[in-house]
Write a protein that binds this ligand. Structure first.
Ligand SMILES: Cc1cc2nc3c(=O)[nH]c(=O)nc-3n(C[C@H](O)[C@H](O)[C@H](O)COP(=O)(O)OP(=O)(O)OC[C@H]3O[C@@H](n4cnc5c(N)ncnc54)[C@H](O)[C@@H]3O)c2cc1C
Length: 394
C-alpha cells in the first residue's frame, strides 16, 4: 500500500494550499479530488483577494490584518493572476453608512495594512463622476475610492496546484474519498478512482472538502468530532455590460447588505446573496428570488441596467459558505476559519471549515504547524510566500 505523509481531500483553494505547503516543507502528499480542480466553492466566489473592509464593522481586526498581508503576498507572487483595482463606494442621501464612518473604517484598514501605498483612499472629485460607468448621480453626496484586488479564483487554485506538483505533490482526479480508518500512528484512506477502490496510508488526513467537509468527516472511523456549521448559499449573476473604471461596493436598496458590482470577463458580475441552504452541496443553484434581488441592486445604481430582466442574465452561479452555526444573520457571522483535529498533540485528521479565498496560504501554514508533530521534520524545499504562482497555459 502506498504511504504518504499527508493525504488531502478536496481540490479547492484550501486543499491546493495544503498540498503546496506540505510539499514546500519537504513532505510527501497526495490530493484527492472527485470532480475537477476548483469545481466547488473555489470557482464560485466573488473573486476578490481583499482585506475585507466590512469585517471591521464586526471587530474582526486580526482577520483583516492577516487578509491585507495575504493580499500583499498575492500581488507579489502572482502579479498576472491578482490585480489591484480601484473600488468605489457611492454615498447617497439615504445610504446607511455615512462618509465619516467609511473614512474611519478605511483609515483603520490602512493602519492594519501598515500604510502600504495600496491602502490609500480618498474622494472622487465631482468632475470625475461621469467617468464612473454611468453610476446614478441623483442624490449622490460623495464617492469614496480605495483599492483592493481581484483574481480569477479557479485559475488561482490551478496555479497553486501546479506549484504543489512542481514540488512533488501528487494528484488523484477524478477520485472520490469514500472512507478512512484511524490507527495509532496514522490513517488508511480509501478512494474510488476509475471504478476501482484504492487504499493508501498517511500520517495525517486533511479534510479540505469545503461544504462537503462534514460528510467526508462522517466517513472516518472511529468517529471524530464534527463542528456545528451552517451552509449559506451565495449567488452571482453576470449581465452584458462592460465596466471599465473599477469595482462598485454598494448597499442593497432593500436590506442595506453590501453587494459588489464588478467588471468580469468583458461583462458585469454582481453578487452576492446569503440564503440558508439545507440540501446536498452538489445541488446548489441560483434561486429566481436571488437573481431578482441582484438585478434590483444593478438597476438601482446603474440606469443602463434599468430595463434588464432575468432573461438578460448571461451567466449565473451559486456557491456555499461554511459558517459557524448560529441564529444571527449570515452577514454578521465570523469569517474566521475553523480547524478541528481528532486529537492533540499528534493529530491524525485535521478538518478545515469555512475560511476565505484570500487566506488560503495562511490557513495552509496553520495546518502544517498543527500537523507538524505528527509528520516529523524534513528538509524544507521552499517558502510558500516566495513561490511564484502563474496562470496555467491553455
Ligand atoms: C458566494 C461566495 C463568495 C465568496 N467570495 C469570496 C471573495 O471574494 N474573497 C474571498 O477571499 N473569499 C470568498 N469566499 C470564500 C471562498 O470562496 C471559500 O472560502 C473557498 O473557496 C473555500 O475553498 P475550499 O477549498 O475550502 O472548498 P471548495 O472550493 O468547495 O473545495 C472543496 C473540494 O472538495 C471536493 N470534494 C468534496 N467531497 C469530496 C470527496 N468525497 N472526495 C474528493 N473530493 C471531494 C469538491 O469537489 C471540491 O472541489 C466566497 C464564498 C462564497 C460562497
Amino acid at each position: 500500500m502506498k504511504q504518504y505523509d499527508v493525504i488531502v481531500v478536496g481540490g479547492g483553494i484550501h486543499g491546493a494550499g495544503v498540498l503546496q505547503a506540505a510539499a514546500a516543507a519537504g513532505h510527501s502528499g497526495l490530493l484527492i479530488e472527485k470532480r475537477a480542480i476548483a469545481s466547488g466553492t473555489s470557482s464560485r466566489s466573488s473573486k476578490l483577494i481583499h482585506g475585507g473592509l466590512r469585517y471591521l464593522e464586526s471587530g474582526q481586526f486580526a482577520l483583516v490584518r492577516e487578509s491585507l498581508h495575504e493580499r500583499a503576498v498575492h500581488l507579489r507572487v502572482a502579479p498576472d493572476l491578482v490585480e489591484l483595482k480601484p473600488f468605489f463606494i457611492p454615498i447617497y442621501a439615504d445610504t446607511r453608512r455615512r462618509p465619516w464612518q467609511l473614512k474611519l473604517g478605511l483609515f483603520v484598514y490602512a493602519l492594519l495594512g501598515g500604510f502600504d501605498p495600496s491602502t490609500r483612499f480618498g474622494s472622487v472629485p465631482k468632475r470625475d463622476w461621469p467617468t464612473l460607468d454611468g453610476l446614478e448621480t441623483r442624490n449622490l453626496d460623495e464617492v469614496i475610492r480605495y483599492y483592493d484586488a481581484q483574481t480569477d479564483d479557479a485559475e488561482l487554485t490551478r496555479a497553486v496546484i501546479d506549484s504543489a506538483r512542481s514540488l512533488g505533490g501528487e494528484l488523484a482526479m477524478p477520485a472520490k474519498f469514500t472512507a478512512a480508518s484511524l490507527n495509532d500512528d496514522g490513517v488508511t484512506v480509501t478512494f474510488e478512482c476509475a471504478g476501482a477502490n484504492t487504499d493508501c496510508r498517511a500520517r495525517v488526513l486533511v479534510n479540505a472538502a469545503g461544504p462537503w467537509a462534514p460528510s467526508v468527516a462522517s466517513a472516518i472511523r472511529p468517529a471524530i468530532p464534527i463542528p456545528n456549521v451552517d451552509l449559506v448559499q451565495g449567488t452571482h449573476i453576470v449581465l452584458p455590460m462592460r465596466l471599465t473604471s473599477g469595482i462598485y461596493y454598494v448597499e442593497s436598496p432593500s436590506d442595506g447588505r453590501a453587494v459588489f458590482v464588478m467588471p468580469w470577463q468583458g461583462a458585469t458580475l454582481i453578487g452576492t446573496t446569503e440564503t440558508p441552504y439545507h440540501g446536498e452541496p452538489d445541488r446548489v443553484q441560483p434561486l429566481p428570488e436571488e437573481e431578482e434581488y441582484l438585478l434590483a441592486v444593478a438597476r438601482h445604481y446603474f440606469p443602463a441596467f434599468s430595463a434588464m430582466t432575468r432573461a438578460d442574465i448571461v451567466r449565473r452561479f451559486a456557491g456555499l459558505r461554511v459558517l459557524p452555526a448560529a441564529s444571527q444573520a449570515a452577514f454578521d457571522r465570523s469569517r474566521e476559519t475553523i480547524f478541528t483535529t481528532d486529537r492533540d498533540p499528534n493529530p491524525r485528521v485535521l478538518g478545515i471549515y469555512g475560511g476565505k479565498l484570500t487566506g488560503w496560504r495562511a490557513a495552509a501554514a496553520h495546518v502544517l504547524e498543527r500537523i507538524g508533530p505528527s509528520l516529523g521534520a524534513r528538509p524544507r524545499r521552499a517558502a510558500t510566500d516566495q513561490l511564484p504562482l502563474r496562470r496555467a497555459r491553455p
